[in-house]
Design a binder for this molecule. Sequence first.
Ligand SMILES: Cc1cc2nc3c(=O)[nH]c(=O)nc-3n(C[C@H](O)[C@H](O)[C@H](O)COP(=O)(O)OP(=O)(O)OC[C@H]3O[C@@H](n4cnc5c(N)ncnc54)[C@H](O)[C@@H]3O)c2cc1C
Length: 473
Amino acid sequence: MPHHHSQSSRSNPPLQTSLPISFLIIGGGIAGLACALALQRVGHHALVLERTDRNAARAEGGVRLPPNLSKILFHWGLRDVLLSKASVTTRLLFMRYESGDLLGEHIWDADMLKETRGMFLMMSHAELYDVLYDAAARLGAQVRYNAEVAEIDAEEHEVKLASGEMLSADVLVGADGEYGPSRTVVLGEEDTGTPTGLAVYDTLVSGKHIPEYAMKLSEKNGQFVAFGESHAIVAYPIRGSEDIAFQLYAPDTGEDGRYGDGPSVDITSIATNITQKLQTAVSGARKAVRVSVRDHRDLEDWVSDDGRLVLIGEAAHPFPPGTIQGTAMAVEDGAVLAKLFSHLSSERQIESFLYAFQELRQSRVRDVRAGEFASAFFMTAEGPDAAERDAAMRRKAATGKNVLEGEGSAEGVWEEYRVVFGYDCEDEADDWWVQWGMLRERANGAAEMGASVPSLLDFSSAMGQVQVTTAAE
Ligand SMILES: Cc1cc2nc3c(=O)[nH]c(=O)nc-3n(C[C@H](O)[C@H](O)[C@H](O)COP(=O)(O)OP(=O)(O)OC[C@H]3O[C@@H](n4cnc5c(N)ncnc54)[C@H](O)[C@@H]3O)c2cc1C
């Protein structure tokens, strides 16, 4: 296959495992599908179990794909399909919520974007979902809908569905989100965090309703942010500029709202005291899904003490809704897991790879998640904090500076973004292999050299035929 883009050719085709094993992935959201795709790419076998049907698992709301995420999907050969659907963004526009006054802009530095080998893209959750689903299915991943996992036995790497059916595999992956059963099993108790009092009201405004805004945003390749007292709006064009993804951060009217709940909230009663310009957008918004922002402690372990169950995505590390990096971290998880398991040549390595995954991902996610929380509260600051933030932005804008840059010796938010965007999770996984994995192999190696490769493909028969041939690109 010819490679047109340097970004997509580097790890394409990827190293194939010499010991294909089976993975049961609990939860068919973005994390589960991306993980299935990544594992199939390196020759493993993935079966995804999703509680709902395919329509309920995807949503029309917007997701943002920062460069650290898009670069992975480019590596996987999905550049063209993504660019056929996504809007590209290169700047952020900031304004005040009550007055509509412009606070300033932040324009992405082109060299920096190039360095990341990714792009900053925006699309609907459903579009991203379908891209991942189609690619995973093409490589032979199986996805079963209406398959709710009711019980998980980590020791036996076996699950029981709500229907009573039992399924097992060599490794279980918990990709069932903040409220799914995997997190509870690994932690030994339920933990859905504590409410912060803030919610994201996630909705869309038809571009037709605000044609000027929609045009301006898409012409400027912009994302738009409005700051109000304890309120903020994030808006960006998706599906060309047909729709504007519209996320309102505001005090929560409950504590347990989540994605997947039906759209129930008329935001005109929440986005009060707003400039006329924005009022037009708000009054044209569809009913919003209310997603509570909950705060979670960092889990000490993402791997079950009892055996081969590993958490990824929101199940391992719930992010505040609507932030830039939540989806990105979910996909990075699958990418890293698959990179490590591409080196699998002996069953003995399974446990060590699961712990390597945990080690690689925990520090990365901890930093990024802290930054995203800070950003949600930065946007919705009140009183003197808000005044200080706005004054600093105005100062920078007045001198032609990018408003997220640092001032004087202080680091700005932008310097942090640079590092987060530049990270290549697959390179990090390769580095782990070169620095640690191979050494361990040599140390353990000689004794097992001649051992024949056992077949570990033990999906239970109920699953039907398992393709044992190596998935082709
Ligand atoms: C329906 C839906 C719509 C969303 N829409 C948006 C959006 O518009 N914008 C945005 O930024 N983010 C959205 N998100 C959140 C976003 O997907 C996540 O923040 C992130 O991308 C990665 O999540 P994840 O795959 O780890 O977890 P999730 O997205 O929470 O997916 C977990 C999946 O596991 C399934 N599951 C749970 N329990 C079980 C079980 N017992 N057995 C089998 N399956 C189970 C759930 O049904 C769900 O599909 C949405 C999430 C969902 C579930």
